[in-house]
Design a protein around this ligand. Structure first.
Ligand code: ADP
Ligand code: BMX
Ligand code: MG
Ligand code: CA
Ligand code: ZN
Length: 344
C-alpha cells in the first residue's frame, strides 16, 4: 500500500524486514550437539542447521563404560558452555555410535570387541538427565547415510548405500528415502559382509568379513607386520623410526613408492571391499554407492573396477563416489536433531 492509504487504514508502520536475513540467522544459530563414538575416537561437535561444524572436540574413546560416560558428559558440558559464546542455540543431542542400536529406545544393544563394555547400554538417559535436552541415537554407519542424504551426494537420491572406513567398516542403506534398520537393528552392518569362507579373523568373532580385510585396523595390522619384518620402508618415505605409529597411510605411501608387498596387501583389501560391494548391489540395487573415511579416495577406483568385472550386467554401471563431507557420522548425528526438532 502507498503511504496515504496506509494511514487511512491505520496499518502498523512497515519496518524494513528482510526475511532472508532472518532465515539466515535461524540457520546459523539453531544447532545440534553431535557425538560420535568409534573404535578409536570419541568426538563431540556443535553443528549448525546448515551442517557447518562450528566447533569440534576429539579424545581417544576410553576402554571402560564408566570412563566413557564420564568423558562424554564432560565434553558435552564444555561444548554447551562454548555454544553460548558462539551464539549457538542447542536444540538437542545426536549420538552416532558403533554397534547395533535401537533408536526408539536410545539403547546400544550389542557391540563387537571394537568397543568394549558397550552392550545393553542406555545412552539416552544419562545424557538427557545431565543436559536436559532431547537425545537421538543411531549406529554410526546409519548416521553417515543420514548425513549424505541431508548434506552430501545422497541429496535427492532415493536409493543409495554408504560405506565408512575408520577403525572398522560401517555401513548405511537408504531405501525409498529411509534408513533400513531390520528386524533386530542389525541391517546395514556392511563391514561384516563375508567374502571368503576362511580369511582373516574379524573383531566380530567371525572371519573373512570385509572389515577384516579393508578397515583402517586391518591395514594397520598389515603395515605393522611388514614394518616388523623391515619390509615396509622404501626410499622416499618419511623416516618410519620417527613416526609416532605405523598406520594404514604408511602402507598406502609405501605402495605408491613401489613397495610390491604393500601393493599386494592393498590389492587384496580393495578386491575384498569391491566384492563385498558387489554383494550389496545384488541385494539392494542402489543407484549410488558413497565411500567415506580416511581410505575412501584410495578405494574408489579399484572398487569401481571390481564392480565392472564382477557385478551382474544390470548393476555394472552403478556409480561409486567419494564423500565430500568432513565428518559424515557426526553430521548425521546432528541431522537427527535438526530434522526432528524442526519438523512440523
Ligand atoms: P573411529 O573408528 O574411532 O570412528 P576414525 O574414523 O577417526 O575413527 O578413524 C580412525 C582410524 O582410521 C584409525 O584407527 C586409523 O586406522 C585410521 N586413520 C585415521 N586417520 C588417519 C591418519 N591420518 N593416518 C593414518 N590412519 C588414519
Ligand atoms: C564395527 C561395528 C559397527 C560399526 C563399524 C564402524 C561395533 C562396536 N562396531 O563393524 O557397528 O558401524 O565398526 O565403526 O559393533 P568405526 O569404529 O570404524 O567408526
Ligand atoms: Mg567412526
Ligand atoms: Ca550400519
Ligand atoms: Zn566381522
Amino acid at each position: 500500500l502507498d503511504e496515504p492509504l496506509q494511514k487511512t487504514f491505520c496499518f502498523p508502520p512497515i519496518r524494513e524486514w528482510d526475511i532472508s536475513q532472518d532465515i539466515d540467522h535461524i540457520l546459523e544459530t539453531q544447532s545440534a550437539l553431535a557425538i560420535d563414538l568409534g573404535g578409536t575416537n570419541l568426538r563431540v561437535a556443535i553443528v549448525s542447521m546448515r551442517g557447518k561444524i562450528v566447533k569440534k572436540y576429539s579424545q581417544a574413546n576410553p576402554k571402560t563404560y564408566e570412563a566413557r560416560i564420564e568423558l562424554i558428559l564432560k565434553m558435552c558440558a564444555e561444548a554447551v558452555f562454548d555454544a553460548v559464546h558462539l551464539n549457538c542455540r542447542i536444540l538437542g543431542v545426536g549420538v552416532s555410535t558403533g554397534g547395533r542400536v535401537n533408536p526408539q529406545e536410545g539403547v546400544i544393544l550389542h557391540s563387537t570387541k571394537l568397543i568394549q563394555e558397550w552392550s545393553s547400554i542406555d545412552i539416552r538417559t544419562p545424557i538427557s538427565d545431565a543436559l536436559h535436552l532431547p537425545v537421538w541415537v543411531d549406529n554410526d554407519g546409519n548416521c553417515a547415510a543420514l548425513a549424505e542424504k541431508k548434506f552430501g551426494h545422497g541429496k535427492g537420491v532415493e536409493n543409495f548405500v554408504t560405506i565408512i572406513t575408520g577403525t572398522g567398516i560401517g555401513g548405511g542403506i537408504i531405501q525409498h528415502n529411509e534408513l533400513i534398520h531390520g528386524s533386530t537393528f542389525c541391517a546395514a552392518e556392511l563391514g561384516h559382509i563375508m567374502v571368503s569362507l576362511d580369511g582373516p579373523e574379524c573383531m566380530c568373532g567371525s572371519r573373512g568379513c570385509i572389515e577384516a580385510y579393508a578397515s583402517g585396523m586391518a591395514l594397520q595390522k598389515e603395515a605393522k607386520r611388514l614394518h616388523d619384518e623391515e619390509l615396509l620402508e622404501v626410499e622416499g618415505m618419511v623416516d618410519l623410526k620417527k613416526a609416532e605409529f605405523v598406520s594404514a597411510i604408511h602402507l598406502i605411501n609405501a605402495a605408491r613408492l613401489g613397495n610390491s608387498k604393500a601393493g599386494a596387501v592393498l590389492r587384496t583389501a580393495s578386491m575384498a571391499l569391491g566384492v563385498g560391494i558387489v554383494n550389496i548391489l545384488h541385494v539392494v540395487n542402489p543407484s549410488l554407492v558413497i565411500l567415506s573415511g580416511v581410505l575412501a579416495t584410495h578405494y574408489q577406483a579399484p572398487v569401481q573396477q571390481v564392480i565392472g568385472q564382477r557385478a551382474l550386467t544390470s548393476a555394472q554401471r552403478i556409480q561409486v563416489l567419494t564423500s565430500d563431507l568432513e565428518e559424515p557420522a557426526l553430521l548425521g548425528a546432528a541431522s537427527m536433531v535438526l530434522d526432528y526438532t524442526t519438523r512440523r
